[in-house]
Design a protein around this ligand. Structure first.
Ligand SMILES: [Zn+2]
Length: 232
């Protein structure tokens, strides 16, 4: 069998090997990312923080309202208690009363939206938790299947590697080196058949001289257009 023919056989095995290796890499990356569990866990964690954050904000506002109400009561009892008669002091107290009133109104207005935000955050977190638990259950099954498939594909790859090594026996060192060099540079097609005088690698018609060489030469003949090893 000619070197070119042997190399074509090798190429067929290499192409199958590339497909299986790509599938293995895909499976490995799916297993690594745990489906979309990783992202879901992150989302759930940040939603938990959001719950704490919004609850804290609502609690702070509640405390602020209570403090302001106490403050107002205190001011009012002093303002209307009759103990303070000094006009300047009374005016200052009245100003403080107005300021506290405005602050209280603002705080009371913010309590509702803050509580709503806390409720919404809690609802979102709950639904993410449910989704997370469901996805974890699903992943148990899916990951078992993926692992099994990855083991099978890995076996196929090993078998193909052995097959390819077997196929390389009988090919000269130099021809083998040339093939290995061309394969990645020519998109996995280092050996191209010639049909009706046309190189099937680049679809360009070969010069008569090259076709002549191909028929008579013992050495490998390369396509003058794409550089691939030709097989008549
Ligand atoms: Zn060509």
């Amino acid at each position: 069998m000619s070197s070119a023919r042997l190399l074509l056989d090798m190429q067929e095995i290499d192409q199958r090997l590339a497909t299986s290796a790509a599938e293995f890499r895909k499976l490995a990356s799916q297993l690594e990312s745990e489906g979309n569990l990783k992202r879901l866990r992150e989302d759930s964690e940040s939603s938990r923080f959001k719950v704490l954050e919004t609850r804290l904000a609502a609690g702070k506002l509640d405390a602020e309202v209570t403090a302001l109400k106490t403050r107002m009561e205190d001011i009012e009892s002093r303002l209307y208690g009759g103990a303070i008669t000094n006009l300047r002091e009374l005016t200052a107290l009245e100003e403080e009363h107005n300021l506290s009133k405005r602050n209280l109104a603002a705080a009371e207005e913010s309590v509702g939206p803050a509580k709503l935000a806390a409720e919404q955050a809690a609802t979102k977190h709950d639904s993410l938790q449910v989704q997370l638990l469901e996805t974890e259950e699903e992943w148990k099954v899916t990951s078992r299947e993926l692992k099994k498939r990855a083991r099978d594909v890995s076996k196929v790859c090993k078998g193909l590697e052995m097959e390819r090594n077997g196929a390389s026996e009988g090919v000269g060192e130099r021809d083998l080196a040339l093939y290995r060099n061309l394969l990645p540079r020519k998109g996995g097609v280092a050996v191209a058949r010639v049909e009706r005088g046309i190189c099937q690698g680049c679809r360009i018609k070969l010069p008569i001289r090259e076709i002549g060489q191909l028929k008579s030469a013992d050495n490998l003949v390369m396509c003058s257009s794409c550089g691939r090893i030709l097989l008549a």
